[in-house]
Design a protein around this ligand. Structure first.
Ligand code: HEM
Length: 458
């Protein structure tokens, strides 16, 4: 069954009897599709649409539903029948806290989104302009004088510093941002392993990796407590996310609890740094593999700024640079897989999905689909020019997702990444250094495995 033979809208009318989604081909006895999914998840997920718009996957005794057609991934993200739950979320909540916006559902989630939204609205972003500009130029200076850049470390450092300094302002942030970087780097690598191989006792063994992970987790929680305590002690109330959290009230008008404030800070810092750090890495890889991009960005920056250093105020006019960022998000979406659980028997595009089912879809697969994008694997920022982008089917390009879980940091990220790309590409070009391994690394986010670059003056 293919998308050509089964048009989702044909059978989605309420009166029609829903169909059982087909089982994707390639399952083997006992393990089902598990081995193929584990061995090469990106290739496996990208091939699934050839088997149907919604397909069933067998993982040992478990059945998983995979949604492959763009229109249906949009319908899934917008439907109240699917919530954030399942084994991956449970292990994430267990590590990072259960009261943060990324893991909450229902009325708590709605209230939390209302609390944080003002800090991320389009009209709030210019307030972060001076910090974003300072950080982008600081990075260029740092990289100019480096011999070989460890891009993993540098990208995450940049992402954490911008998120922490913009959203939780205070001079104390400089030193703390470095500590947060160190803790998060250890946490992210260990967390993915704990999510996909949830063997609790294994992670209690007195191994060095477990000790390091636990130390980083404890330090991260401690850091967040320190940040909150310092802000309270300062008596200051700058117009930022932390103030919004400290002043938030619940549905009864009472201040929200300490645990919720803590978990919210954790949820936003982790969601905002891993994704942006991975995207900076992918952007630098694109600039290295396609050097002509950097030349065109430099030309655009020169035209827009007429020789002065690029600043946040220029972002609106840097359309080519922004298109390079968007194309990077298409081919290398940091969030490469999303999961949901059904709260009731439901239907999607005419297919039946039972209550309690785990459902996945992959922005990576959807955004590389040849049915949606001409020259689907080619890096072409031009496809996002006005007039061209209209050809992209709805929901075929949603790296920040849609619906009630849509990333609140979308405008923030686009401004930050466009400015950073402009500042970096206008000043530097890159070569890979020995030991660099740009193959994709699949973890909580998608990013190049180990990128080592030499920065050369342009
Ligand atoms: C959620 C992508 C940057 C905070 C999400 C989701 C995606 C996403 C796809 C939806 C997850 C789902 O549907 O289950 C990205 C990408 C980014 C980025 C690609 C950068 C390139 C940021 C930044 C922040 C942030 C900078 C904050 C500083 C969050 C939060 C959520 C979220 C708190 C959870 C929202 C909810 O569940 O209601 N992000 N994100 N993200 N993102 Fe981002």
């Amino acid at each position: 069954m293919t998308v050509e033979s089964v048009r989702p809208e044909d059978r989605s009318r309420a009166g029609d009897e829903p169909l059982e989604p087909p089982v994707a081909a390639g399952a083997v006895p006992f393990l089902g599709h598990g081995l193929r999914l584990a061995r090469n998840p990106l290739a496996f997920l990208t091939g699934l649409r050839d088997h149907g718009d919604v397909v069933r996957l067998r993982l040992g005794p478990k059945t998983l539903y995979a949604v492959t057609a763009p229109a249906l991934t949009g319908a899934l993200a917008l439907s109240p029948d699917f919530i954030v739950a399942g084994p991956l979320w449970e292990s994430l909540g267990g590590l990072l806290g259960k009261e943060g916006v990324a893991t909450a559902n229902g009325p708590l989630h709605r209230r939390q989104r209302r609390t944080i939204q003002p800090a991320f609205r389009l009209d709030a972003i210019p307030g972060y302009g001076p910090i974003m500009t300072e950080e982008a130029h600081g990075l260029v200076e740092r990289w100019r004088s480096a011999d070989v850049l460890d891009v993993t470390r540098e990208s995450f450092r940049a992402a954490v510093r911008v998120a922490a300094r913009c959203l939780m302002r205070g001079s104390y942030m400089d030193d703390r941002a470095e500590r947060i970087c160190a803790a998060l780097a250890t946490l992210f690598s260990g967390m993915y392993q704990r999510m996909v191989v949830p063997l609790g006792p294994l992670y209690k063994l007195p191994l060095r990796s477990n000790r390091e992970f636990n130390r980083a987790l404890a330090d991260f929680h401690l850091l967040v407590d320190e940040i909150v305590a310092d802000r309270r002690a300062s008596g200051q109330k700058p117009d930022d996310l932390l103030t919004a959290l400290l002043e938030a009230t619940d549905e009864n008008g009472d201040p929200i609890g300490e645990q919720e404030i803590h978990d919210q800070v954790i949820a936003i810092l982790t969601a905002g740094s891993e994704t942006v750090g991975s995207t900076i890495m992918s952007l630098l890889l694109a600039l290295t593999e396609y050097p002509e991009l950097g030349g065109k960005i430099r030309d655009e920056v020169e035209t827009v700024t007429e020789g002065r250093p690029v600043a946040f105020e220029d972002v609106r006019k840097l359309t080519y640079t922004a298109n390079v960022v968007v194309e990077t998000l298409r081919l290398y979406p940091a969030v490469w897989i999303l999961t949901r659980r059904t709260v009731a028997d439901t239907r999607l595009g005419g297919y039946r999905i039972p209550a309690g089912a785990d459902v996945i879809y992959s922005p990576y697969a959807v955004q590389r689909d040849r049915r949606s994008f001409a020259r689907h694997e080619e890096f072409d920022p031009g496809r996002w020019l006005p007039g061209h982008s209209d050809e992209v089917p709805k929901y075929a390009m949603s790296p920040f997702s849609v619906g009630n879980r849509k990333c609140p940091g979308d405008h923030f990220s686009m401004a930050e990444l466009t400015l950073l790309t402009a500042a970096v590409a206008a000043a530097l070009r890159f070569d890979q250094a020995p030991g660099s391994d740009p193959r994709p690394r699949i973890g909580i986010t998608l990013r190049p495995r180990r990128l080592l670059l030499r920065a050369l003056p342009r």
